[in-house]
Design a protein around this ligand. Structure first.
Ligand SMILES: NC(=O)NCCC[C@H](N)C(=O)O
Length: 312
């Protein structure tokens, strides 16, 4: 049986990112877009570049062999393209291109699709028409189970199309999301859930529906709770680079201590320009493409999107 890359916690072998230099592009572009996109303050480009370089270094510190594909600057996307997780979903059948719930982000899936095609990363389909889904609403909780948040960015039609695309490759668990701060806010499933290992997830339970929390517990996933005072500082948005090896935003000391007590190695980055102002944490900054397999025979081979699944 394989964990495969239908995982949000296996050792990262390959990922797609967009350097902030190529997402923010220029001072003029920042000036033109930050308010209308809902950023809390104007990002400082020079500081953002330094922070982004440190973020990539943190990933490489925990996963020295990781292969990183960088999206290029393009004329069809906004500052929000800094957060490539949201534009695609990784599955054993190939990548699924999303259809963004935030209209200003409409150009991002095609831009990622172009990179996938240049880099020979298979794409198995796209969400389209009235269907909306964003990758931040989607998380693997085991190799066959995909949790999908049904909120303001992801609708029923998007989930229906995703189900049809995946067929028996995955069971989709639909997770109703609360209204919380309303449609203008950035509030994804991964705002309240970060998978950390096969048996561990970081959660913010006050905004999680009971049936989903129970599903996590029934599947043997232990929960590390983010305290109230660290929710707005994105304490709950933590990237697992490998099982129990993670990158988080600094300024969340209680969450960090709880993760370390659960056996995690944690690298914290300064996210004041690249995370806080645009409301996207380390998981949002990355689109994992390939995570190394775990298999009971111990061959430990990695498979790319679209590689046929061995029989369980
Ligand atoms: N998965 C995520 O939570 N992504 C963060 C996206 C932030 C971006 N400013 C947005 O509004 O979509």
């Amino acid at each position: 049986m394989f964990l495969g890359f239908q995982s949000d916690t296996g050792p990262l072998a390959r990922l797609v990112v967009k350097h902030v230099r190529d997402a923010f592009v220029s001072e003029a572009k920042i000036d033109a877009e930050w308010r209308s996109l809902g950023y809390t303050a104007r990002p400082d480009l020079a500081r953002a570049i330094d922070q982004y370089d440190a973020f990539v270094a943190a990933i490489r510190q925990l996963a020295p062999e990781v292969e990183i594909d960088f999206l290029e600057a393009d004329g069809t996307t906004t500052l929000d393209s800094l957060y490539p997780r949201d534009a695609a979903i990784a599955t054993s059948k190939g990548m699924v291109l999303c259809n963004m719930g935030k209209p200003a982000r409409a150009g991002e899936p095609a831009a990622e699709g172009q990179l996938f095609s240049q880099a020979d990363i298979p794409v198995c389909g796209a969400i389209s028409g009235a269907g909306h889904i964003e990758g931040g609403d989607v998380a693997w909780i085991d190799e066959h189970t995909l949790a999908v948040g049904r909120g303001y960015r992801t609708n029923e039609e998007g989930i229906r199309q995703l189900r049809a695309l995946l067929g028996d490759a995955a069971e989709i668990v639909r997770v109703p999301m609360p209204h919380y701060r309303g449609p203008g806010d950035v509030f994804h499933l991964m705002s309240i859930l970060s998978p950390i290992d096969r048996d561990l997830a970081l959660v913010y339970s006050p905004l999680m529906v009971v049936p989903f929390r129970e599903i996590l517990l029934e599947r043997g996933i232990g929960l590390v709770e983010v305290p109230d005072e660290e929710f707005d500082s994105m304490g709950c948005n933590v990237l697992a680079v490998a099982p129990r090896k993670c990158v988080m935003i600094d300024g969340n000391p209680v969450t960090r201590r709880r993760l370390e007590e659960a056996g995690c190695e944690v690298v914290a980055i300064d996210g004041s320009e690249i995370c806080s102002k645009g409301a996207g944490g380390p998981t949002c900054l990355t689109r994992p493409i390939l995570r190394q397999c775990e298999d009971v025979a111990g061959t430990g081979t990695a498979r790319s999107a679209g590689t046929p699944q061995p029989a369980a």
